[in-house]
Design a protein around this ligand. Structure first.
Ligand SMILES: O=C(O)CCC(=O)C(=O)O
Ligand SMILES: [Fe+2]
Length: 404
């Protein structure tokens, strides 16, 4: 349902195993799978029932409509793998219609259900109730403006977030901002002289850059392998505590490697490239994150926005910068979206993205609000290195100017 909403996917298309969005009245494929796997009436029933149980009738109506249509079409043969039946689907769909104000559909579906189960007292009562309602307030019997999306997951930035996710990478072009550029970058470090890094400046305010081919295949595999047994459901900071949250769905593990290990070598590479001190506790341990289908991280800041945040536990100040490595590719979805800065970065396997979270005066830069879009198809892996304020006194100049 999250994927349906964020990518504006059409349920009837999903049921056919296709990923389509309606643009100018025409369905367009946003991703072409190698094989299209259609969904069964029972598959749709299961999704619809989850929505129904959450009293989310916007989604339950759409999924149960497909379920009823498919169950009707299968000649009512029952398969032992099925959880639901045509009767179940009719029952749940009728009630969902009733709850969304579509009484006439609730009535006709209940009548269809009675046809299969004529002695069902509850449905008989409902039919009576719906008939009465239709007589007493016929105007309310059909839903006026169609189904409305629930606002329970309301985000102030939802529309921008979804637009940036849907484009799966939308960056300003050089002609839109001639100050953006690509180059071979050494950061003046002799260690990078013979093999400079391909740098792509994505944004100047906030400063966001992509370093291509930061990691090689063997290193990426090593990091994923090391993280594997330590992966647990990711948490977020809520006040002083760390808790799981619907707005961050992924698994993560912290890696603390010796200087000789791949983790240690990556630390050195990050240090050479950024010129920053990333040794613990000036840099946090490497956080490896894995997102499955539907996994996401809704708009957030990486830096602490309250003095009680667990970010300060290291006693090395706030998170001045983020260095995030894309350890895998992803088939569809999963871009990193910068909401206020209005651009998104597609997952570029082996590349790393870097940005400053704080202004030079130490205050959080609100323009860094960012998100990990839901993974539509694939398995997304990233690794985060968060760099703190302390330990950088001689590498990153402070300033009282709030503009810097
Ligand atoms: O997965 C992404 O693209 C972003 C992840 C992120 O922002 C985070 O882990 O803090
Ligand atoms: Fe983040």
């Amino acid at each position: 349902m999250r994927l349906q909403d964020v990518y504006a996917l059409q349920v009837p298309s999903l049921v056919k195993g296709r990923f389509q969005r309606v643009t100018n009245g025409k369905p367009i494929d946003i991703y072409l799978p190698a094989v299209s796997v259609p969904l069964s009436g029972d598959d749709c029933f299961l999704v619809g029932k989850v929505a129904y149980e959450q009293e989310d009738y916007y989604h339950s109506v759409q999924w149960l409509e497909e379920s009823v249509r498919l169950f009707r079409g299968t000649g009512r043969e029952w398969s032992p793998e099925n959880e639901g039946t045509l009767e179940d689907a009719l029952d749940h769909l009728a009630f969902s219609h009733f709850k969304t104000g579509n009484i006439s559909s609730a009535l006709s579906l209940s009548q269809e259900l009675l046809h299969h189960d004529p002695m069902n007292g509850r449905v008989l009562q409902n039919v009576e109730k719906y008939e009465k309602l239709l007589v007493t307030s016929p105007a309310k019997s059909v839903r006026g403006s169609g189904l409305k999306r629930p606002t329970s997951t309301y985000l102030r930035t939802r529309d921008t977030y979804e637009r940036l996710c849907q484009t799966q990478g939308s960056q300003p072009m050089h002609f839109e901002n001639p100050r953006l550029f690509c180059d071979y970058f050494t950061n003046g470090n002799p260690g990078l002289l013979l093999l400079p890094v391909r740098r792509e400046v994505l944004s100047l305010q906030p400063y966001v850059v992509l370093y291509h081919n930061f990691i090689n295949d063997a290193e990426a595999e090593d990091i994923k392998g090391l993280a594997h047994t330590g992966l647990r459901r990711s948490v977020v900071a809520t006040g002083v505590k760390q808790e799981t949250a619907e707005y961050r769905i992924s698994k993560s593990a912290w890696l603390n490697g010796s200087a000789q290990s791949t983790v240690g070598k990556l630390d050195q590479k990050i240090s050479r490239l950024t010129g920053l001190n990333v040794k613990h506790p000036y840099g946090e341990y490497l956080q490896v994150v894995n997102y499955g289908i539907g996994g996401h991280y809704e708009p957030h800041f990486d830096h602490a926005t309250s003095p009680s945040s667990p970010v300060y536990k290291l006693k090395t100040g706030n998170r001045v910068a983020t260095f995030m490595i894309y350890l895998s590719s992803v088939e569809a979805g999963g871009s990193t979206a910068f909401i206020y800065a209005n651009f998104s970065v597609p997952v570029v396997e082996k590349a790393a993205i870097f940005w400053w979270n704080l202004h030079r005066n130490g205050q959080g830069d609100v323009d860094t609000l960012h998100a990990g879009c839901p993974v539509l198809i694939g398995d997304k892996w990233v690794a985060n290195k968060w760099i703190h304020e302390y330990g950088q006194e001689f590498q990153h100049r402070c300033s009282l100017n709030p503009e810097e």
